[in-house]
Design a binder for this molecule. Structure first.
Ligand SMILES: [Zn+2]
Ligand SMILES: [Zn+2]
Length: 243
């Protein structure tokens, strides 16, 4: 395997514990070994009402892991609001990380669906204020994380993927906004994914993250074992960010 060292890891691998994924943790592990990965993080989608986390933890901990691979775990959960609240169940014992996802648009009063966010933006909020709302929510969740979830490692999943869904773009973020976002990630030890499936964050944001000293990891967001550790778009983003 060639390219950036991060590409030897895959920090976002889904299994059958997620409704929309089809491979077992054992199948994902075999795929990770076959493709030569040194690190994987198995994560599945949770919300407040999720009850299978103990089963997930025991399924992963019963795997026969080859010495060449480090296996980490996590749950993927959405950011709900601009105060930094994440949609997770109370019992996450045995899980290493909370992978925070921008599946909806965080607002002061809870998440807006992409359609609702589009309507608010068109209805007078405007692009500039919406972008700042999203950046402040991103910073709030990282700053609050250590106090609210001290036992877990924070990771941002496919950050900025919500922007095109609401008619905005990463390109509209100012350098200053990206620097604040990147600096907060570095200061709070928040991992930033370069996500293969969503091809985000883009090279400019990743360059800001690397310049700030944040840890950048590669992630396929695989929903089937054949996707584990296979990079194309993420490899190009990392390459461009380093250029
Ligand atoms: Zn996601
Ligand atoms: Zn995912």
């Amino acid at each position: 395997m060639t390219g950036h060292a991060a590409l030897r890891g895959d920090f976002h691998v889904h299994s059958v514990f997620s409704d929309d994924a089809v491979s077992t943790p054992a199948e994902n592990l075999a795929a990770a070994e076959a493709v030569g990965l040194s690190e994987v993080r198995f994560i599945d989608h949770v919300r407040l009402s999720t009850t299978w986390v103990p089963d997930f933890v025991s399924a992963v901990s019963s795997l026969a892991v080859p010495g060449s691979i480090t296996v980490r775990t996590g749950v993927e959960a959405k950011l709900l609001d601009t105060h930094g609240t994440i949609d997770v169940p109370a019992d996450l014992a045995g899980v290493d990380a909370i992978v925070i996802a921008d599946h909806q648009f965080p607002a002061a009063d809870g998440p807006w669906s992409p359609d609702a966010a589009r309507a608010r933006i068109a209805d007078g909020l405007g692009a500039t204020a919406a972008l700042e709302q999203f950046v402040s929510a991103s910073i709030a969740v990282m700053e609050e994380f250590g106090r609210r979830h001290p036992a877990f490692e924070p990771q941002l999943a496919h950050w900025f993927s919500i922007l095109p869904k609401v008619g905005l773009s990463e390109d509209q973020l100012t350098d200053e906004q990206l620097e604040r976002w990147a600096r907060t990630a570095a200061e709070t030890g928040t991992l930033i994914e370069v996500n293969e499936k969503w091809a985000c964050p883009g090279p400019r944001a990743i360059r800001a993250a690397l310049d700030a000293g944040a840890r950048v990891v590669a992630a396929t967001d695989s929903h089937v074992a054949t996707e584990v550790g296979r990079y194309d778009r993420a490899a190009r983003i990392l390459e461009e960010a380093a250029a």
